[in-house]
Design a protein. Structure first.
Length: 69
């Protein structure tokens, strides 16, 4: 996402069970950040569980997250 300059190597996710994935990243700085998930190292998609999103300028959407602390 915007908090790590869109580096795809950060926060690789592992499957916990079918349909549920988990990953960890360093906590972003305060503010609102844009992010996407990368599936199979090539397909970018917004977070389907988060309704807050913004157009990405490429015909899709970026999800948004706000960090207060």
């Amino acid at each position: 996402g915007s908090f790590n300059d869109w580096q795809t190597k950060d926060g690789e996710m592992v499957q916990i069970r079918p349909g549920l994935w988990e990953g960890m990243i360093d906590a972003p700085k305060r503010g609102t950040h844009r992010y996407k998930f990368v599936i199979d190292r090539s397909r970018w998609t917004h977070d389907p569980e988060k309704p807050l999103r913004i157009e990405d300028g490429f015909g899709g959407f970026n999800s948004l997250i706000t960090i207060d602390k």
